[in-house]
Design a protein around this ligand. Structure first.
Ligand code: DGL
Length: 270
């Protein structure tokens, strides 16, 4: 294991969604240095096959390890649900590899929900990972899954808090599949960006479950166990890579992390 506490944490997603995870990590562990990779060139991940996602995720992880990262966070549900086991097998003996699904499932297993809705990309829904792990922990819970493929592209393109996002959300959240749920699980890291709109749709009456803070806590305990938590403020900046530097990525990264962030375009040989 790499136990250099000053090494950065590697985080990746298909685009801006993983920034919700990166932000939560930074808030919870301000001394940690981040290297973020947004694979904007291949966005969206939600319509890709397991084989393709595996290839992208392995290549990005190799790059992050080469950059000296001490842990890898798969800040994407589509990649977590389809590639976590392969990444763990490939790199798990070198560094901790975390997915965004386990912390959410642990959270749910402590609650008394009987009917939970899940909205996510097609790749995540098709993998049935949430069904499998939730059934293992809480067999009595009914999970009502709905693929919502327009949401991530909508957020990635910056349609948030406007007429378009309201109409698209209303269309999805009114589907019969979601009737009578007590909680809604946001199974895509792009969705916390539209958390308030979703909460407003339900008038704050159901729990909206999202990964960022839960993942940050899990990462903290993992790094603590590995004795590689950063404990002093290192004066090196976080780095944000994108495989294609889009306007939205630029805008969102700056919005999330103030204007002082360091953005770079980086092409991997896929
Ligand atoms: N943010 C990602 C997820 O959690 C991917 C969305 C996409 O690229 O389709 O699934």
């Amino acid at each position: 294991m790499i136990n250099d506490s000053s090494a950065p944490i590697g985080i990746f997603d298909s685009g801006v969604g993983g920034l919700t995870i990166a932000k939560a990590i930074k808030n919870y562990m301000p001394y940690e240095r981040l290297i973020y990779f947004g694979d904007t060139l291949h966005f969206p991940y939600g319509d890709k096959s397991r084989e393709i996602l595996e290839k992208y995720s392995l290549d990005i992880s190799r790059f992050l390890i080469k950059e000296g990262c001490k842990a890898i966070v798969i800040a994407c549900n589509s990649a977590s649900s389809n590639t976590f086991l392969s990444l763990k097998e490939a790199f798990g003996d070198k560094i901790p590899v975390l997915n965004v699904i386990d912390p959410v499932v642990s959270y749910i297993s402590e609650k008394n929900y009987t009917k939970i809705g899940l909205i996510a990309t097609r790749a995540t829904i098709k993998s049935q990972v949430y069904e499998k792990v939730i059934k293992n922990n809480r067999p009595e819970v009914q999970l009502c899954s709905l693929a919502t493929p327009l949401l991530a592209p909508m957020v990635e393109e910056g349609f948030v808090n406007d007429k378009i996002s309201t109409a698209v959300l209303r269309y999805y959240l009114n589907q019969e599949t979601l009737y009578g749920i007590e909680a809604l699980l946001l199974g895509c890291t792009h969705y916390p960006i539209i958390f308030e709109e979703i909460d407003r749709f339900y008038n704050g009456k159901i729990d909206i479950i999202q990964a960022p803070d839960l993942l940050a806590k899990k990462l903290h305990s993992t790094l603590k166990e590995e004795k590689c938590l950063a404990n002093t403020n290192i004066l090196t900046e976080d780095i944000f890579y994108a495989s294609a530097l889009t306007e939205t990525f630029n805008h969102n990264a700056k919005l999330f992390f103030s204007s002082k962030i360091f953005l770079k375009e980086h092409h991997l040989k896929f």
